[in-house]
Design a binder for this molecule. Structure first.
Ligand code: ATP
Ligand code: MG
Length: 258
């Protein structure tokens, strides 16, 4: 299983929207896909339509209580896409794990050897705390949603420093598969300027596919559906399909079996 953390410590940049829709796009393309909700807000779980009564076993049980992964997975309404949901309990994990020896390796150990899914996306919370560190420790690579706004690059340097620390300390092979520009508004000149700056600075790391600001993307979660199902032909859904194709192109050859 190739594991991709969707991370950016900035809030509201499109992590969850990206995680939900890229996971759906991969499942639609025939990949056995797992989505792990690692944010106590539980937005990915809600956006996928996972009811509260189906969250008895969640990422909290997986991470803190050491419950086996298989017992924490619930099917989604999308064929080929399963989810480990999140609950509020997870907000206590940072404190509960603080004195645990393997606190940064909990997720990595929990998913090690899991062969039922081919690809896994982890939706991270907006911080660089222990939850995100667990995601970075468990991941093969990182997908970074970046909102086209003035401080975008500043936040990014902090994230890249964290990635470096994680590489040095406990996950030397952690890569960055790419940065995706989100909420792009072509009528806004600042957005354009930021996008140009980001491409100047990061070059090839930035995906060609850009996610436009699109109201269908923001409506879909309230229906408990990925945008790709809610309105598969809207500009946002098409952008996420294009992103998925690009992402597959960047996966290591031997992993593209699906
Ligand atoms: P958090 O840091 O709180 O976890 P996040 O980075 O996961 O936030 P999202 O929840 O995906 O960000 O998006 C923030 C808000 O912006 C949500 O209301 C979402 O519906 C909306 N949104 C995300 N992407 C788009 C888009 N491309 N067009 C329009 N609205 C969007
Ligand atoms: Mg989120």
């Amino acid at each position: 299983m190739i594991t991709i953390a969707v991370a950016n410590q900035k809030g509201g940049v499109g992590k969850t929207t990206t995680a939900i829709n890229i996971a759906t796009a991969m499942a639609a393309t025939g990949w056995k896909t797992l989505l792990i909700d690692l944010d106590p807000q539980g937005n990915a779980s809600t956006g996928m339509g996972v009811e509260n009564e189906d969250r008895a076993n969640s990422s909290y049980e997986l991470l803190v209580e050491g419950m086996p992964l298989g017992e924490c997975i619930v099917p989604s309404t999308i064929p080929g896409l399963d989810i480990v949901p999140a609950t509020q309990d997870l907000s206590g994990a940072e404190v509960e794990l603080v004195s645990v020896e393997d606190r940064t390796d909990r997720l990595r150990n929990a998913i090690a050897g899991h062969g039922e899914h081919e690809i896994c996306f982890i939706d991270c919370p907006p911080s660089l705390g222990l939850l995100t560190l667990n995601a970075l420790g468990a991941a093969d690579t990182l997908l970074v949603p970046l909102q086209c706004e003035f401080f975008a690059l500043e936040g990014l340097s902090q994230l890249l420093q964290t990635v470096e620390r994680v590489q040095q300390r406990f996950n030397p092979d952690l890569g960055i598969i790419g940065v995706v520009l989100t909420m792009f508004d072509r009528r806004n000149r600042l957005t354009d300027q930021v996008a140009d700056d980001v491409r100047d600075c990061l070059g090839e790391l930035v995906f060609q596919s850009v996610i436009p600001r699109n109201v269908r993307l923001s409506e879909a979660p309230s229906h408990g559906l990925p945008a790709l199902v809610y309105d598969h032909d809207c500009a946002g859904s098409r952008a996420y399909m294009a992103l998925a194709r690009e992402l597959i192109g960047r996966l290591p050859e031997e992993r593209k079996a699906a």
